[in-house]
Design a protein around this ligand. Structure first.
Ligand code: NAP
Length: 312
């Protein structure tokens, strides 16, 4: 059986480190601040935003939740973002997606000051990442790298295969692995003989959005498998194909009527060298890295003023 890479523990360590740093920054007069913009009443977005605000409270980051109505226009949201860009005590701006259909999402994300873009989605930050300059890195991909680093999994010189090429996960993960000197292959829905390409991997990252798609045929025994997928399974047949015989899961599926599954089939745990579970793998890292990014943004933008204060 493989080593289970405990994302919950790694995320808790990062949050504790961030909290210690926030404490010393605050003592020097710099309390990092995060503004979260939640437009309308998308139930999933409301849960995510609640988690982000709570995490800020726990690590000592000042947070502000701004909730424009469902009918907000692009112009109104642009004015809001511009106001947040101007406010010095706000270091990070997070616009929770998806935005309502009448809003031009790309325009809104482009309007966020790259220095405050804690999601790391602005093309300026994408450019910084690809040219290895200091900037803000998307949270989930940064979390994947933290799992590898803190689990002492060698990346340099290794074959890494990333399945998925989204701007949010696949591409930035591939870029981070390249920057860390892995030899990287990016796969997608048009890749020929995906299992054979995946079997080349020392490190296999699945960011697809299809429950249990990566079965044992895709994995070289001993490989490290990072499962970014988060899929809700409600169909009993599909559930049985993934978890038959797993009493704990069966019990929770019976009571809740659904279960959270990654893109990697549970059978892969029998042959992988190390693997992230779902839940409790990559998921918890996303908010931890958002906290990390907010502090990083504060230091990059206002840090020299604080050092000047300390040395004065
Ligand atoms: P996405 O934008 O839908 O991208 C999915 C990628 O998978 C695409 O590049 C697509 O290829 C590829 N793909 C789809 N079907 C495939 C197949 N049969 N064979 C090979 N490649 C295939 O999804 P995403 O936003 O990157 O998210 C991926 C997963 O990660 C989802 O389950 C999401 O919920 C999860 N996620 C988790 C976190 C977290 O905090 N843990 C954060 C973000 C996302 P094409 O480009 O050819 O269409």
């Amino acid at each position: 059986m493989s080593t289970i890479l405990d994302g919950t523990k790694i995320a808790a360590d990062i949050r504790a480190e961030v909290a210690a740093e926030v404490k010393s920054l605050s003592a020097a007069g710099l309390t990092p601040g995060l503004a979260v913009v939640l437009v309308g009443h998308n139930p999933a977005s409301e849960i995510y935003v609640r988690g982000k605000v709570k995490a800020c409270e726990e690590v000592g980051i000042y947070s502000e939740k701004i909730t424009p109505s469902e009918n907000a226009t692009t112009a109104e949201l642009l004015a809001l973002v511009e106001d947040l860009n101007r406010r010095d005590e706000i270091d990070g701006i997070l616009v929770q997606l998806p935005l309502p259909p009448q809003v031009d999402s790309k325009k809104i994300l482009m309007a966020v000051d790259p220095a405050k873009d804690v999601d790391g989605f602005h093309p300026v930050n994408v450019g910084f990442l690809s040219t290895q300059r200091p900037g803000l890195v998307p949270c989930t991909p940064a979390g994947v790298m933290e799992i590898l680093r803190r689990s002492n999994i060698q990346v340099a010189g290794q074959e890494a295969v990333v399945v998925g090429r989204s701007d949010i996960v696949g591409k930035p993960v591939a870029m981070l692995l390249t920057n860390a000197n892995a030899t990287v292959t990016i796969c997608h829905s048009k890749t020929r003989d995906l299992p054979a390409v995946c079997r080349r991997a020392d490190i296999l990252v699945a960011a697809i959005g299809r429950a249990g798609m990566i079965t044992r045929d895709f994995v070289r025994p001993g490989a490290t498998v990072i499962d970014v997928g988060m899929n809700k399974v409600t169909d009993p047949k599909e559930f049985a194909s993934l978890f038959a015989g797993n009493q704990k899961r069966e019990e929770s599926f019976r009571t809740k009527g659904s279960t959270l599954v990654g893109d990697v089939h549970p059978e892969v745990a029998e042959i992988a060298g190390a693997i992230t579970p779902v839940p409790g793998g990559v998921g918890p890292l996303t908010i931890a890295m958002l906290m990390f990014n907010t502090v990083k943004a504060a230091k990059l933008r206002r840090g020299n003023r604080v050092s000047a204060l300390i040395s004065a």
